[in-house]
Ligand binder design. Structure first.
Ligand SMILES: NC(=O)c1ccc[n+]([C@@H]2O[C@H](COP(=O)([O-])OP(=O)(O)OC[C@H]3O[C@@H](n4cnc5c(N)ncnc54)[C@H](O)[C@@H]3O)[C@@H](O)[C@H]2O)c1
Length: 307
């Protein structure tokens, strides 16, 4: 099949591209490299420097005629969304609408959308949280993802564009990017620990998350090619792990000896979330396969091998 993968030079998207290429599909990546890296893109895939909001995207659709559009391009940082909600919505809402419109216009069969189970439910009353819990975003990022989901479902009803929405937990693994303030937790901890630099734990460290390994997420995107029509799926492990526990596990893996510093709560952060993914098991045949300690070891190996 011909697949258009937006954000395919990014952390998760590049693993999705690898999985699609391995399954024998023809893949075209669209990315601005805002946070992604062209070196992440599988050599068997084509790659275009195009903004999902821009008018040049139409020529890409007209020439490539994707059968499936897999949408991972985003402004993916909660702190950045708190600082500039308009810029966040421009990419995460308007960019998604532009893609949906072109997908319908050029006859794509299906739209697979990377959403967030880690943020869309806010702090749910019950955990593990099912897809039936209402979206109660605490950050502009989560609100934009919730809005985009509404558009995805509307395009299905009105334009018959099939979809699957995948709501990921906290994804971690090789190619996560490290940025001091807005980076992803495991990437910040692992890369600092390997350099024996001080690590700061925000809030009290007892906030818990559902850490899901990136290759497991990529496998969900493969399953969504044939299954999960019109469905919304949590993609997580069903287990909550505290930030303090992640610190301990990574400190052991990297032989880190320093005590953590303590920082304030960050605006927009959720305290406790983990996801019930039994619907994905039932409909997509998807289950997480990589245990947390093994995944953290592989992630630390990735940062160890970087200059
Ligand atoms: N990392 C997580 O834990 C997590 C959890 C839930 C959902 N998600 C979602 O998964 C997707 C991928 O996240 P990620 O962690 O790999 O982030 P990422 O920043 O590595 O990937 C996003 C990609 O989109 C590209 N991009 C940004 N703006 C663009 C634009 N206007 N046009 C084209 N490309 C653009 C970036 O260059 C990057 O390659 C995002 O939609 C994110 O919201 C991530």
């Amino acid at each position: 099949m011909r697949m258009l993968v937006t954000g395919g030079a990014g952390f998760i998207g590049s693993h999705v591209v690898d999985a699609y290429v391995a399954a024998g599909h023809e893949v075209l990546v669209v990315d601005t490299f805002a946070t992604g890296d062209p070196n992440n893109v599988n050599r068997a895939a084509e790659c275009r420097h195009v903004d999902i909001r821009g008018p040049e995207l139409e020529a890409v659709f007209a020439a490539f005629r994707p059968e499936v559009v897999n949408h991972h391009a985003a402004q993916a940082s909660v702190p950045i969304s708190v600082n500039d909600p308009v810029a966040d919505a421009s990419i995460n809402v308007l960019g998604t609408i532009n893609l949906l419109q072109l997908s319908a216009r050029y006859g794509a069969r299906k739209f697979i959308f990377a959403s967030t189970g880690g943020a869309i439910y806010g702090d749910p009353a019950e955990v593990p949280c099912t897809e039936d819990a209402p979206p109660l975003p605490l950050s502009p990022y989560a609100a934009a993802k919730a809005a985009a989901e509404v558009y995805v479902a509307m395009f299905h009803r009105t334009y018959e564009l099939d979809f699957t929405i995948l709501r990921y937990g906290n994804v971690y693994g090789p190619r996560m990017h490290f940025r001091a303030q807005e980076g992803l937790l495991v990437a910040i901890f692992a890369s600092k620990m390997l350099r024996s630099e001080p690590v700061t734990i925000d809030w009290n460290g007892e906030q818990s998350r559902d850490f899901v390994y990136v290759e497991d997420c990529a496998a969900a995107n493969v399953a969504a090619l044939e299954h999960g029509s019109g469905g919304v799926y949590n993609i997580g492990t069903g287990l909550g792990t505290t930030v303090n526990r992640i610190f301990e596990l990574l400190a052991a893996i990297t032989n880190y000896r320093l005590e953590p510093g303590r920082g304030p709560k960050r605006q927009g952060d959720v305290f406790r979330i983990y996801l019930d993914a039994s619907r994905a098991a039932r409909d997509l045949g998807w289950r997480p396969t990589v245990a947390l300690e093994e995944g953290l070891r592989r992630t630390a190996d990735f940062f160890r091998s970087r200059p």
